[in-house]
Write a protein that binds this ligand. Structure first.
Ligand SMILES: NC(=O)c1ccc[n+]([C@@H]2O[C@H](COP(=O)([O-])OP(=O)(O)OC[C@H]3O[C@@H](n4cnc5c(N)ncnc54)[C@H](OP(=O)(O)O)[C@@H]3O)[C@@H](O)[C@H]2O)c1
Length: 314
């Protein structure tokens, strides 16, 4: 099979598209013929020696933790050949999803209803699980609450806006001005241009803040929390900073570490099939052009998700 791999940490020039051995199945795993795999910031952070690089024990390392595809070998599981599936697997251990075939733990994947587009589903799992766990597990979101999403146009943010709206919340989002129409389509009642507008008028008004940006941006939003509100911060690299600022301001901050969940994925897939949730594809690239997708993701201004198509899928 073909896959993208790196032989050492570095920039996008380290990404090599080459032939690799197909993965072998262990008990409880399925072999998936990949249709698409999503690009997440953790992918390039890890390949450059940050992110989850501490979990890499050997090279070559095949990046990627999420995928969609069809079952090529169900192993000892209840799946059948050609079942359509998607998932985020093994995170933060290496999962090898930038590849034509993936060995996936059956307990961490979910079936895709016929109505769900397979290419789109390749970019769905990580961002939707993160949004779900931030809103409902960490944030304990209730109907009628006020939610602020920092970075509302990005991969996690645009799904968090829709899921919060679906759950009956009132959603405010931050994004560059050119994305404000997009935010309104997603269900934001208010959009804030973080380049020119301050959050001053929102002091003490939010039950939940989903911080997809971190650092000074997350810290700057803390006064927007009601006294019993919570800010869930996503970027691991700045989480200690945001937690410390929260403690100093007596505001609750929760870090998050997205975990695989077949049960949550099944619910998310059904929401997509029912058109209650839509993944916006910023751009697709063929797998061998992963370096171009990394450069775009590194720019920090992707709208929705970037997706790599595999096995000749258009
Ligand atoms: N802890 C976890 O388990 C976990 C899981 C998933 C992701 N993450 C982390 O969470 C972060 C977000 O992930 P993602 O996939 O959503 O990233 P992404 O898609 O690359 O985010 C891009 C978006 O960020 C927005 N943005 C950039 N600077 C901003 C600012 N100062 N204020 C508001 N918006 C800003 C951009 O909006 P405009 O273009 O409109 O400016 C763009 O739409 C990343 O650091 C990622 O590594 C953590």
């Amino acid at each position: 099979m073909h896959a993208i791999s790196i032989h050492q940490f570095g920039g996008t020039e380290e990404l090599i598209y080459s032939k690799q051995a197909k993965p072998q199945l262990n008990p409880g795993e399925v072999l998936v013929k990949t249709t698409a795999t999503g690009v997440n910031p953790i992918d390039w952070k890890t390949c450059s020696g940050g992110g989850a690089s501490g979990f890499i024990e050997e090279f070559p390392f095949i990046p990627g933790w999420e995928f969609s595809g069809v079952i090529a070998d169900p192993g000892d599981t209840g799946y059948k050949v050609d079942d359509a599936v998607f998932g985020m697997i093994r995170f933060p251990q290496p999962a090898g999803c930038y590849a034509e075939y993936i060995a996936a733990p059956a307990a961490q994947i979910a079936r895709l209803p016929d109505a769900v587009d397979l290419i789109m589903a390749g970019g769905l799992a990580t961002a939707s699980l993160t949004a779900w766990q931030a809103l409902f597990n960490k944030g304990e979101l209730q109907t009628g609450q006020q939610v602020l999403v920092l970075g509302a146009a990005g991969g996690v943010g645009h799904l968090a806006v829709q899921l919060a709206k679906w759950a009956g919340a009132h959603v405010t989002g931050t994004a560059s001005m050119h994305n404000h129409e997009f935010l309104a389509e997603l269900g934001c009642e208010r959009a804030i241009d973080y380049h020119t507008q301050s959050l001053n008028e929102y002091t003490n008004s939010m039950d939940l803040i989903i911080d997809c940006v971190g650092g000074d941006t997350g810290i700057g939003a803390l006064p927007c929390l009601k006294p019993n509100g919570v800010l869930v911060t996503l970027p691991s690299v700045t989480k200690e900073q945001v937690i410390a600022a929260g403690a100093a301001q007596k505001r609750r901050v929760e870090p998050i570490f997205c975990e695989p969940s077949a049960e949550q994925l099944s619910r998310i897939a059904q929401l997509v099939a029912d058109e209650d949730l839509k993944l916006h594809i910023g751009e697709t690239f063929p797998l061998e052009k992963a370096a171009e997708a990394f450069e775009l993701s590194k720019s920090g201004h992707v709208c929705g998700k970037l997706i790599l198509t595999v096995n000749g899928q258009a």
